[in-house]
Ligand binder design. Structure first.
Ligand code: MN3
Length: 229
């Protein structure tokens, strides 16, 4: 009996080894890395709670349901996004909503250093000339995105950084994106992200965003993206 179990265990581990890198463990809903009120006064607690526990959770639930029905569980989000135009639009909207918010929580922090790390600053200087030029481009993208969407800082295929914006829950990893790259910094400009505190003043929300950027996480994302470009 024991030998049979050992044999089965052996076969199972071989199967795991044989499958190479495990790409997509079942998609997980992330834990928020800080309390709902941790980003006050820049983002209020009620907005954070509704945004994370209702909006983000709903995107996640809807995406997992669609992924199950379509048999996408073996794929990574990157692989899905690279062909997102071939799937039902629910994958684009809810998969984007799931992924975009997951990254967004990570690049925010109650203990922001207030300025980029040296590595990120150097990359920004190289691509935009100065931090100020980059900041203006990013803020413009965030403020001028008509209706709901996101503004992004991404690493392009040439290794350079670029700023873009996307409507709805699209992101630069998607085949439908006008400018494709790997995102390292982003801001959600859907009204649900700021309306309770800022009402129609999106520009103030965008200005205060700089107070809570987790630049060390941005650096990690930059280094990962730069390696894979
Ligand atoms: Mn949102």
């Amino acid at each position: 009996m024991n030998r049979i179990l050992l044999l089965l265990a052996g076969v199972a581990s071989l199967a795991l080894l044989g499958s190479g890198k495990v790409k997509a463990q079942a998609f997980q809903f992330p834990t928020l890395p800080y309390a709902y009120n941790a980003l006050e006064p820049n983002i209020d607690a009620q907005t954070m709670e509704i945004h994370y526990s209702r909006h983000h959770k709903a995107y996640y639930n809807n995406f997992v349901k669609a992924a199950d029905e379509l048999g996408l569980a073996g794929l990574s989000l990157e692989e899905i996004f690279a062909n997102v135009s071939k799937y039902p639009v629910t994958v684009r909207n809810n998969g984007g909503g799931y992924y975009n918010h997951m990254l967004f929580w990570e690049i925010l922090s109650p203990t922001s250093a207030g300025k980029p790390t040296e590595t990120v600053l150097k990359a920004i200087d190289t691509s935009f000339g100065s931090f100020q030029s980059f900041k203006e481009a990013f803020e413009n993208a965030a403020k001028s995105q008509f209706g709901s969407g996101w503004a992004w800082l991404s690493v392009g295929a040439n290794g350079k950084l670029f700023v873009s914006s996307t409507p709805n829950q699209d992101n630069p990893l998607m085949d439908v994106a006008t400018q494709k790259g790997k995102p390292i910094l982003m801001i959600d400009v859907w009204e649900h992200a700021y309306y309770l505190k800022y009402q129609n003043k999106r520009a103030d929300y965008v200005t205060n965003f700089w107070n809570i950027v987790n630049w060390s996480r941005v650096e990690e994302l930059y280094l990962e993206a730069y390696k894979q470009k």
